[in-house]
Write a protein that binds this ligand. Structure first.
Ligand SMILES: [Zn+2]
Length: 215
């Protein structure tokens, strides 16, 4: 017999932000909505799913963490992830408004990124005899991959280049007032307006169409 689809399976994250740091910010959905925000990082399992879907965490590593991490350590890691997310949100939305970031938020980012970088190890990969020139240094996580905070560290390491390079100038907020999700505008003329054309873009188009009809 075919197994029934699991109706309680969580919905996948919508990664319309196009960058893990922005997708993380968007995991507090409806952030500015009148009905209040909706938390999509409800528990540690959600954090593992998010990091997995963002391709920052291998499925095997996520599975190992899901089994091995104690509830107390999982709760701490979830708090760290949300703290990182909210600091990113305030810095990035503020930047879009032309505001100078709050020192406290910069300290959160600094602490998380430094903490993550300290956990990485440099490893030398020797070239195999048949492939000369392939020897190289790599960052590896080693034993840190077994720590409850590992998903937070991989997100922090991914967030750093967004904050510290010109990529920051490509961050936009969705033009739909009921959305305001952050996304990375990689369009040629930097004119993208919606986090997701199919969702917010079409909704806006439909609204304009409706307005024209009723004028
Ligand atoms: Zn949107």
């Amino acid at each position: 017999m075919e197994p029934l689809p699991n109706e309680s399976a969580p919905r996948p994250f919508d990664l319309s932000g196009g960058h893990p740091a922005l997708d993380l910010v968007n995991s507090l959905d409806n952030r500015f909505g009148p009905d209040g925000p909706r938390e999509l990082l409800g528990d540690y399992g959600d954090l593992l799913r998010f990091a997995g879907q963002a391709r920052l965490l291998e499925p095997q590593a996520a599975g190992r963490l899901a089994k091995s991490v104690t509830p107390a350590a999982a709760a701490r890691a979830l708090r760290s992830a949300r703290e990182l997310r909210e600091a990113l949100a305030r810095v990035l939305y503020g930047h879009l408004e032309g505001d100078i970031p709050n020192r406290a938020d910069l300290l959160v980012l600094e602490r998380r990124i430094n903490e993550a970088n300290r956990r990485r190890e440099l490893h030398w990969t020797q070239a195999s005899p048949g492939a000369p020139g392939q020897a190289a240094l790599h960052w590896q996580w080693g034993r840190s991959a077994a720590a409850a905070e590992f998903p937070v560290w991989v997100i922090a390491v991914a967030a750093a280049p967004l904050l510290l390079t010109d990529t920051l100038q490509r961050v936009r907020a969705c033009g739909a007032q009921n959305c305001r999700w952050l996304f990375l505008d990689t369009s040629k003329n930097h004119t993208r307006r919606w986090c997701n054309m199919k969702v917010c873009g079409n909704r806006a188009k439909a609204r304009r169409f409706q307005e024209r009809r009723t004028q």
